[in-house]
Design a protein around this ligand. Structure first.
Ligand SMILES: NC(=O)c1ccc[n+]([C@@H]2O[C@H](COP(=O)([O-])OP(=O)(O)OC[C@H]3O[C@@H](n4cnc5c(N)ncnc54)[C@H](OP(=O)(O)O)[C@@H]3O)[C@@H](O)[C@H]2O)c1
Length: 141
């Protein structure tokens, strides 16, 4: 389909590192979409290796999807930064790596504005380390 001009770029979803490598032997892969958010870091190594290859990581469920993120630590950081917990969760993802792209879903214009504003929320190294620990104490899904 790509050779025929029907598809310009090809990405993978729900792919393991081995599956990305296997696909790369067939076609150029430009992006990967797996679940990743504040408590679920299973793809840390994959994100870093994709970043080295210039491949986008367009994660899904940035805000927890059907199970919205809930964390006392996240709430505490949000209160200190005068932001919402979801804004902090998005800002943390944006700090994670340059190849991380966000597609938070929302049916609310107010939430859309808050989500866009998260781009301008600075996180200090101490705050990032505090947020990193949320994932360290969460079992894999
Ligand atoms: N490749 C795959 O297998 C796969 C699987 C699942 C999803 N996806 C894609 O990933 C993207 C994200 O998925 P998603 O939308 O289900 O998950 P999500 O972005 O993690 O969560 C969306 C939920 O968060 C709420 N929300 C959004 N902004 C908020 C805010 N500022 N404050 C409070 N709540 C907020 C939304 O409710 P409101 O409507 O009330 O804002 C909605 O219930 C979508 O584009 C989806 O198509 C891909």
């Amino acid at each position: 389909m790509q050779r025929k001009g029907l598809v310009r770029h090809i990405g993978l979803s729900n792919a393991t590192a081995a599956q990305v490598k296997a696909a790369q032997r067939i076609v150029k892969i430009v992006c990967v979409q797996n679940m990743y958010n504040l408590p679920h870091h299973a793809n840390d190594a994959l994100i870093d290796s994709l970043a080295q290859e210039g491949i986008a990581y367009v994660l899904f469920f940035p805000l927890g999807g059907f199970s919205p993120l809930q964390s006392d630590a996240l709430n505490g950081v949000a209160e200190r930064l005068d932001a919402t917990p979801m804004q902090v969760a998005l800002a943390w993802l944006l700090h994670r790596a340059p190849n991380v792209l966000l597609i938070p879903g929302t049916s609310s214009v107010a939430h859309l504005k808050q989500n866009i504003d998260s781009v301008n929320l600075p996180l200090s190294p101490d705050v990032i380390a505090e947020l990193d620990r949320i994932g360290a104490s969460t079992p894999a899904p």
